[in-house]
Design a protein around this ligand. Structure first.
Ligand SMILES: *[C@@H]1O[C@H](CO)[C@@H](O)[C@H](O)[C@H]1NC(C)=O
Ligand SMILES: *[C@@H]1O[C@H](CO)[C@@H](O)[C@H](O)[C@H]1NC(C)=O
Ligand SMILES: *[C@@H]1O[C@H](CO)[C@@H](O)[C@H](O)[C@H]1NC(C)=O
Length: 385
C-alpha cells in the first residue's frame, strides 16, 4: 500500500495539467432553507449572522500554509438581486459590497483565484427549499419565472464589476437540474454573450444539466453530451464545470465511496477531448474512511493525469458549518474542510481527517499564482515566498 501511494504522488506531481486547486467556500447561500417552504423565508437575511461568504482567517490558513490558489465563493441570486426588482442589473449594493469584500480578499489580498458561484440550481424567486424550489430561469410557461434575458442582464452587470480583476472566474450557475438541456445551454449562452459584451475577458466555467454530474454527462434521454458543446465564446475562454460525488447515487449524502471516478468520468473525458474543451471539478468530497481515502486519491490523480482537467475545488469549507458536514457523512456531524473544524464530539473534523490527511498531499506543488485565469492555464510556480 505504501508503495502505491508513493507512486501516485509521483505521478501527480510529474503532471503539469492542474493550474488551480482549492476548496469551495459555502456560506453565502445559508439561512434560507425552511421546513415550511415559505417563499422568501430567510430573505434577505442578516450578513454575519445567517450567512457569510468566507472567514478571512480560514482563507489565510488555506493559502499561507496549504498553498491553495482557488476558492469557489457561493452566493444567492435572491440576495444579490432582491425579489422586488427581480433578476437583472439592479443589485442590493450592501450585499454586493460584502460579497466583493470576500472576493477581493481572496484575489487581491491573498493573490489566489476566485470562482463566483450563484448557488441557485438555475432557479430564481424562491430559494426556501433549494434545490427544488423556485421557478426555472427561462421557463416560458411560468409567468413568475425570470427570463433568459434577465439572466444575461445579471451576468453582464456582475461581469462588468469584476472585469478588471483577471483572477476572478465566472461560474455561471450551480447545478442546473430537471429542465431541458437546451434551456441550460440557452441560459449559459445569454450569460456568455452579456459577459463578453462588457469587454470582460475573464475565464468562464459553465455547467450542464443533471446537477452537472460528470458520470451522467452522456446518459439519459436529454444528455449534456448531445448539446453542451454548442456554446460560442468569441474569446475561447470558457471551460466546463463538473460535479462528481463518489457515493452510490452520486449525491454526496452517504459515507461509503463506491463510484469509481476513473470509470465514471471516462465518457465525459472523451467528450471533452472530442470538442477540445477543458473542465474544472468544483464539487466532490468523501468521508474519513479508507474506501473514500482511496477513491479521493484516485480522483485527484485522474484529473492530474488527464489534460482535460485544469482545476478543482473540494466541497466544502466555509465559516458557518460548525460541526455540521457539507457532504459525505450520512448526516454524521464530522465538521467541514474549514481550518480548525471539529466533529460533534470534539474530535478532529473533516479538515484534519480528510483535507490534511488525504487531499492536501495531492495539491500540486506548483500552481498558477499570477496572470489571467484561462483555459490555457498560466505559468506554474511554487507558492510565492
Ligand atoms: C415550467 O412551468 C410550468 C408552469 O408552471 C410547469 O408546469 C413546468 O414544470 C415548468 N418547467 C420546468 C422545467 O420547471
Ligand atoms: C477561437 O477558436 C476558433 C476555433 O478554433 C478560432 O477560429 C478563433 O480564432 C479562436 N478565437 C480566439 C480569439 O482565439
Ligand atoms: C472520522 O472522524 C471522526 C471524528 O474525528 C472519528 O471519530 C472517526 O474515528 C473517524 N473515522 C475514521 C474511520 O477514521
Amino acid at each position: 500500500m505504501k508503495s502505491c501511494l508513493f507512486l501516485s504522488s509521483i505521478l501527480s506531481s510529474a503532471s503539469a495539467t492542474i493550474y488551480y486547486a482549492g476548496v469551495a467556500e459555502s456560506g453565502g447561500e445559508f439561512g434560507v432553507w425552511s421546513a415550511d417552504a415559505t417563499p422568501g423565508t430567510g430573505l434577505p437575511g442578516t450578513f454575519g449572522v445567517e450567512y457569510q461568504f468566507i472567514d478571512e482567517a480560514g482563507v489565510d490558513v488555506h493559502v499561507d500554509q496549504n498553498h491553495l490558489n482557488l476558492f469557489r465563493i457561493a452566493f444567492l441570486l435572491e440576495r444579490m438581486c432582491p425579489l422586488g426588482t427581480g433578476l437583472g442589473s439592479t443589485f442590493d449594493e450592501t450585499h454586493f459590497d460584502h460579497f466583493k469584500q470576500a472576493v477581493d480578499y481572496v484575489t487581491i489580498t491573498k493573490g489566489a483565484y476566485a470562482i463566483l458561484d450563484p448557488h441557485n440550481y438555475m432557479r430564481y424567486n424562491d430559494p426556501s427549499s433549494q434545490p427544488y424550489s423556485g421557478s426555472v430561469i427561462g421557463n416560458a410557461s411560468d409567468s413568475t419565472a425570470a427570463t433568459t434575458e434577465q439572466f444575461g442582464e445579471f451576468w453582464g452587470e456582475l461581469a462588468g464589476r469584476f472585469a478588471d480583476n483577471e483572477k476572478v472566474i465566472f461560474g455561471l450557475m450551480n447545478e442546473p437540474h430537471d429542465m431541458p438541456s437546451s434551456l441550460v445551454l440557452e441560459n449559459n449562452q445569454a450569460a456568455i454573450d452579456a459577459i463578453r459584451a462588457t469587454g470582460a475577458e475573464n475565464l468562464i466555467i459553465m455547467p450542464g444539466n443533471s446537477w452537472t454530474g460528470g458520470h451522467a454527462w452522456t446518459e439519459g434521454s436529454d444528455p449534456n453530451s448531445a448539446i453542451m458543446h454548442k456554446f460560442n465564446d468569441p474569446l475561447n475562454n470558457t471551460a466546463i464545470d463538473i460535479h462528481e460525488y463518489l457515493d452510490v447515487d452520486y449525491s454526496g449524502s452517504h459515507s461509503e465511496c463506491v463510484s469509481d471516478p476513473a470509470t465514471n468520468l471516462a465518457a465525459l473525458t472523451e467528450w471533452l477531448k472530442t470538442y477540445q474543451l477543458k473542465a474544472f471539478i468544483t464539487e466532490f468530497g468523501g468521508h474519513n474512511n479508507t474506501g473514500c481515502d482511496d477513491m479521493l486519491t484516485d480522483m485527484i490523480n485522474y484529473m492530474a493525469e488527464n489534460d482535460e482537467y485544469i482545476g478543482w475545488t473540494a466541497w466544502a469549507a466555509g465559516p458557518f458549518w460548525g460541526t455540521n458536514s457539507p457532504c459525505c457523512t450520512d448526516s454524521a456531524q464530522l465538521g467541514s474542510l474549514e481550518p480548525g473544524s471539529t466533529a460533534a464530539g470534539g474530535n478532529p473534523g473533516l479538515y484534519e481527517t480528510v483535507w490534511l490527511k488525504v487531499l492536501q498531499p495531492l495539491v500540486p506543488s506548483q500552481l498558477q499564482w499570477s496572470g489571467k485565469a484561462s483555459v490555457e492555464g498560466g505559468e506554474l510556480v511554487a507558492f510565492p515566498a
